[in-house]
Design a protein around this ligand. Structure first.
Ligand SMILES: O=C(O)c1cccc(C(=O)CC[C@H]2O[C@@H](n3cnc4c(=O)[nH]cnc43)[C@H](O)[C@@H]2O)c1
Length: 226
């Protein structure tokens, strides 16, 4: 099966880079290929870079599946430890909507689906069940809801409010954008992340980026049999 792996940054894929990748010309980010139909792209941080780069890569490569991987914050109530790994059961845009004086409302309240459907998709986007189940089994990781914030959550109070609203276990800056593009173009999509920090933690000394990168790359290698 031809598979496109996507990350935001080269750092998140550093352990995989030991493989003999060949660079491909690509105007938005970096693109690499291995013989046999495995591709790796670094598309940049946050939703616009992800959506633009992924749409272009899908048109260029027509892969049969997309797997997004990287690091992410875990909400305290999720119970996921630093250096742990989780697979997305679905994705939700956590800050696309309207901020009113009386609180935040989602795209359904605004009346604009992000994808017309059917079914219309407002803030939530699916991941592919079979692909995600295989990834979770190989990674020995739980499948939990992931959420995406364009604006990183920077306090524990804000993190608790976001958890109460969505119940997502992991926060990233890219996941829902990739899930939305794959839903629009009908490409099976899965996502796996290593936990680098608690959502809301601003003290970088309390993050474990290297541990999260190691863990998610090991999970991906197990899934791809590399
Ligand atoms: O310095 C910061 O405030 C900062 C905030 C988030 C991420 C970073 C990174 O260095 C990694 C970039 C990458 O990490 C994902 N990520 C990791 N933790 C979180 C989080 O708590 N909330 C949202 N995103 C997170 C994100 O997908 C970035 O692409 C530095």
């Amino acid at each position: 099966m031809s598979t496109l792996l996507i990350t935001a940054t080269a750092l998140e894929a550093a352990p995989l880079k030991a493989l003999p990748w060949r660079a491909r010309p690509f105007p938005l980010g970096e693109l690499y290929a291995l013989p046999g139909g495995l591709y790796l792209a670094h598309l940049g941080v946050a939703k616009v870079n992800t959506a633009a780069g992924l749409a272009l890569a899908l048109q260029q490569l027509a892969p049969e599946a997309v797997v997004q991987f990287g690091v992410g914050g875990a909400f305290a109530a999720s119970g996921l430890p630093l250096g742990g790994v989780a697979v997305a059961s679905g994705e939700v845009h956590m800050d696309t909507g309207v901020q009113l004086e009386r609180g935040w409302q989602d795209m359904e309240a605004l009346g604009f689906p992000l994808l017309p459907g059917p079914p219309p998709r407002f803030n939530h986007f699916p991941t592919d069940l079979a692909l995600s189940a295989a990834l979770a089994e190989a990674a020995r990781a739980p499948r939990v809801l992931f959420g995406t914030s364009e604006c990183v959550t920077g306090s524990f109070g804000a993190a608790a409010r976001l958890y109460a609203r969505f119940g997502a276990a992991i926060e990233s800056m890219e996941g829902a954008a990739a899930a939305q593009v794959c839903a629009a173009l009908k490409v099976p999509f899965a996502e796996v992340r290593g936990v680098s920090n608690r959502v809301g933690e601003r003290d970088k000394a309390r993050w474990d980026l290297p541990g999260a990168v190691r863990a998610v790359n090991a999970a991906l290698k197990a899934f791809l049999d590399l």
